[in-house]
Design a protein around this ligand. Structure first.
Ligand code: SF4
Length: 262
């Protein structure tokens, strides 16, 4: 993996310029961006994808070396440099993820991947290979005095936010799925889960903007998603995710690849 932060920033700038062009373009069925008549320029999607892959490889390489927060109890956990139009944002890893070297590696992950399998027809391996996994904080915060996982402190959330901002700049996602209140709060107000789960929000924070569809945290610590109205709102949220154009595009691409293998 590359290690030059200036090169990463340069690639992010290039990709931001691409995103601006994208707003005045449409994607043709052949996989080309057809730009507006005034620019007469064409961008090959494969070139954009490989630029994104290079930028993301460098980004993840830098992220794994991050040691900004002295109170964190592990090194950063990453799901890998998956170029995708869909990002899933967790809260922070638990004690097992740094050992197993992937996010959502234990019981909460089992529930989360079951939700995706039932609603979108994507099993765990597919979700991990098609969706970029980020988090509010990438390191295990340790335990609090009551024995549960410590909620990251505001300074740690601030420290880690630049990693997510850069990922959004590189990937230009169409859909972001924040999982759990702390992750949801990075995008929309979340006084009550009832007010945000089962809804889609349009966020214009970064060009060309993205949709946010929040999910509750799948851990067994809170029964919210198992009892009414959380149970029904969760089903509604999963249905909105399954119908989202970015998820449908992922499934179409997977079907195309499956047919080629037959
Ligand atoms: S929590 Fe984020 S900012 Fe802090 S050390 Fe880990 S990766 Fe770096």
């Amino acid at each position: 993996m590359g290690s030059d932060p200036n090169a990463t920033r340069g690639r992010v700038r290039t990709l931001k310029a691409v995103a601006k062009q994208k707003t005045s373009s449409r994607i043709s069925r052949e996989g080309l961006f057809e730009c507006d008549a005034s620019s007469h320029r064409f961008l090959d999607l494969h070139t954009v994808r490989s630029e994104r892959q290079n930028a993301l490889n460098e980004h993840v390489g830098q992220l794994l070396k991050c040691r900004r927060c002295p109170r964190m109890q592990s090194t950063p956990v990453s799901g890998g440099a998956i170029v995708s139009e869909v990002m899933l944002i967790g809260q922070a890893p638990g004690p097992r993820e740094p050992v197993l070297l992937r996010p959502f590696a234990y019981t909460a992950g089992k529930t989360l991947f079951r939700w995706f399998e039932k609603s979108c027809g994507m099993n765990e391996a597919t979700v991990r290979s098609q969706i970029y996994f980020a988090a509010v904080c990438r390191c295990f915060p340790g335990k609090n005095s009551s024995g549960s996982d410590r909620v990251p402190a505001p300074d740690e959330i601030r420290n880690c936010s630049s990693w997510m901002d850069e990922e959004i700049a590189i990937l230009q996602p169409r859909l972001i799925i924040p999982v759990g209140r702390l992750a949801i709060m990075q995008f929309v107000n979340c006084e009550k889960l009832e007010k945000v789960i089962g809804r889609k929000f349009r966020i214009e924070r970064a060009e060309p903007g993205f949709d946010v569809i929040p999910l509750p945290h799948p851990s067994g610590a809170s029964p919210w998603h198992k009892i009414s109205p959380g149970k029904e709102l969760l089903q509604r949220a999963l249905k909105i995710i399954a119908c989202h154009a970015a998820i449908q595009a992922l499934n179409e691409e997977l079907n195309r690849k499956d047919k080629k293998l037959l």
